[in-house]
Design a protein around this ligand. Structure first.
Ligand code: DQA
Length: 144
């Protein structure tokens, strides 16, 4: 049984209201609902967690090592570009992870071009809108 942890970092709680021309009008709750539906269809379990706090994300990643999680789908938001702590947390747990970005970070400011977590990822989905989460979920369930 696949058990996927869907992790969202800072400002992603504002999805739907935050720069909708860039990130779309779908709320995070709606994204999570779509992911839960897909997880059901794939016979997987989904646990969603969002935090604006780096340490809370680190703690949740550590907990995933012992709670039956089989893979992580993560949009770390701006921490993608800054957080060695998140990179180390993902390296500390023996779980594959898929990095998602709603926008095409490579077409944006140069500080968004670098990801501190991409090198360890099983896959990276960038610029596909919120559908990127669903594609990552499929990959995390071995359904690509
Ligand atoms: C983002 C891209 C990041 O650069 C930004 O800080 C975000 C959202 C995305 O999903 O496109 O918060 O991760």
């Amino acid at each position: 049984m696949h058990r996927i942890l869907l992790l969202n970092g800072p400002n992603l709680n504002m999805l739907g209201r935050r720069e909708p021309e860039r990130y779309g009008s779908e709320t995070l709750d709606a994204v999570v609902a779509r992911c839960s539906e897909l997880a059901d269809a794939l016979g997987a379990e989904l646990d969603a967690f969002q935090s604006n706090h780096e340490g809370a994300l680190v703690d949740r990643i550590h907990a995933a090592a012992d709670d039956g999680t089989t893979a992580i789908v993560i949009n770390a938001g701006a921490y993608t570009h800054t957080s060695i702590a998140l990179r180390d947390a993902l390296a500390a747990v023996p779980l594959p992870y898929y990095e998602v970005h709603i926008s095409n970070v490579h077409a944006r400011e140069s500080f968004r071009h670098a990801s501190l977590i991409a090198a360890g990822a099983a896959g990276v989905l960038v610029g596909l809108g919120t559908d990127g989460y669903l594609l990552a979920l499929r990959a995390a369930c071995g359904q690509t």
